[in-house]
Ligand binder design. Sequence first.
Ligand code: SF4
Length: 248
Amino acid sequence: MSTAPLAEIFSSLAGEGPHVGRRHIFLRLAGCDLGCDYCDTYTDPETPARIEREPGSGDFFSLPNPLETGEVLREIKGLEERAPGHVHLALTGGEPLLYPEFLLELLPLVRKLGLAVYLETAGIHHEALPPLLPDLDVVAADVKLPFHCGRAYWEESGKFLEICQKADVELVVKIIFGKKTPWAEVERALRLANEVAPEVEVTLQPIHGPDGRPELSGEELLRACIRASALHSRIRLIPQVHRLLSLP
Ligand code: SF4
C-alpha cells in the first residue's frame, strides 16, 4: 500500500474559487517544494496528521505519519457517513502532486464512495498530472508569480494548463496577488492563461492580511478586475471566504 504524509483531514466549506461555499472533505497533504511568501498552509511532513472526529466539530485526534491509503480512506468514509452531503474530496496542501503514487491508489476508491475529486495545486508539477486525470473532476491550478515565489515558473505553468485543457476535467485558473505584487507579473499570468485557456474563467484571489481581510480595498480590487479584463475576457474576483468566516 502507498503512503503519504498528511497534515489533516477535516470537513468544511470550500473557501476559494468558483466552488466556494460547497461542502468539502479536505485532505491536506504535508510538504511543498515552493516557498510562496504568503503561504499560510505549509506543514512539516514529520508532524503527526490531525484527523477531525466529527464533521465541523474542530475536534481532532492525531495519527503518526506517513499514512496508508486504507487508513486515509477509512477517515474520509467516516466523515461522509457521519454528515453526508460533501460534494468533493478536496486535495490540498502543501502540494498534493508530490505524492502521485499515493493519489493513484486512493482516488479511484474515493470516487467509489460517491465523492467527486477536486485538486488544488500550485500548477507546476505537470509531469505528475496525466495518470491522475481520469480520477479528477476539478483541477484548480495557480499561475505562480515570481515576485511571491522567488523564481519564475511560466513554462511549467503553461505546460500544466495545456494538459488540463486537453483533458476531461473542469479547469480553474487562479492568480494570487496583493498590495505589493508588480502588476506586470499579473499581466503576464493573464496573457499566459488567455493563450492556453481562452475559454476558462480566471479567478483573481487577493492575498489576505493577518486580520483575515484582503490587503487591497474593494475599490482597488474592482480596478484590478477592470485592468485584468482587458487581457482576458472571463475574470472573476473571489476573496478567501473561509478566512472571512474564520473557518479552517
Ligand atoms: S504552493 Fe501553496 S503550500 Fe506551497 S508554498 Fe506556495 S502557498 Fe504554500
